[in-house]
Write a protein that binds this ligand. Structure first.
Ligand code: IPE
Ligand code: IPE
Ligand code: MG
Length: 239
């Protein structure tokens, strides 16, 4: 990989921090929610592009545990948008062979959203073309904290010897237990930070930050990120 003439390698798992909707709305003199609505088109394009390129797992950071602190109208607007997207895109997910999944504290979501999500997850669970993973009420530190609690309970019950706790033990208690680690992490809107996203899982992910705001991110920008990834030399600590 990264060597002249080497075949371009497609990442198996791409994770995206979809950022910049608010700034996009501001630039267009629109309310913040219009920015989130405009971001919907980018989600559709990126999902299609991921399928076209042969990516198998696509994780989208849609709402963080910290995002609950935003103004009530924005949170409600986002939840309404999410519910609408799931309902309206369900048949498309069927046609495209998309398996919908989530990571995060699903119990925090309003019941109407949760029901819509759970129905879609159930209906799409046998699809194999692309795993579309929505990070909702997701926070990496809370994920790791919950994993530690669960491991501690097993130790306390005598089911697990602390000396036998390995990296795999920790990984198997995360929301992502049956999902391979991301190969490529994309962040839009130019912010050079991880914002509590998949801290454990991105240990060796390649990072692509683009100044493009999420509502302006489409198929071409996704292809550019994949091309950037294909040029990288992944070493995993070796030489
Ligand atoms: C990302 O866009 C979407 C969510 C966090 C839900 P932002 O809403 O964070 O947009 P900016 O960062 O304010 O531009
Ligand atoms: C990260 O974006 C969360 C999502 C994209 C859902 P934020 O806009 O919430 O993160 P910060 O505030 O820039 O760190
Ligand atoms: Mg932001």
């Amino acid at each position: 990989m990264g060597k002249p003439g080497a075949a371009p390698v497609v990442p198996r798992h791409v994770a995206i921090i979809m950022d910049g909707n608010g700034r996009w709305a501001q630039q267009h003199h629109l309310p913040r929610l219009s920015g989130h609505e405009a971001g919907r088109k980018s989600v559709k394009q990126v999902v299609q592009a991921a399928i076209d390129h042969g990516v198998k797992y696509l994780t989208l950071y849609a709402f963080s545990v910290e995002n609950w602190q935003r103004p009530r109208e924005e949170v409600q607007g986002l939840m309404g948008l999410l519910r609408g997207v799931i309902r309206e895109e369900l048949s498309e997910m069927g046609k495209e062979g998309i398996r919908l999944r989530t990571i995060g504290r699903r119990q925090d979501l309003p019941e109407a959203v949760r029901e819509e999500l759970e129905a879609a997850i159930e209906k799409t669970k046998h699809h194999t073309r692309l795993d579309l993973i929505l990070a909702l009420s997701y926070g990496s530190r809370v994920e790791i904290t919950e994993a530690v609690q669960s491991i501690a309970r097993e130790v306390k019950a005598g089911a697990l010897d602390p000396e036998k706790i390995k990296e795999e033990t920790v990984a198997s208690h995360l929301y992502t237990k049956d999902i391979p680690d991301p190969d490529l992490l994309i962040r839009t809107s130019g912010e050079m930070r991880v914002s509590n996203f998949l801290l454990w899982q991105i240990s060796y992910a390649e990072i692509h930050v683009t100044p493009v705001l999420w509502p302006d991110f489409g198929k071409k920008e996704f292809a550019d990120a994949l091309a950037d990834y294909a040029r990288r030399e992944r070493r995993f600590g070796g030489i």
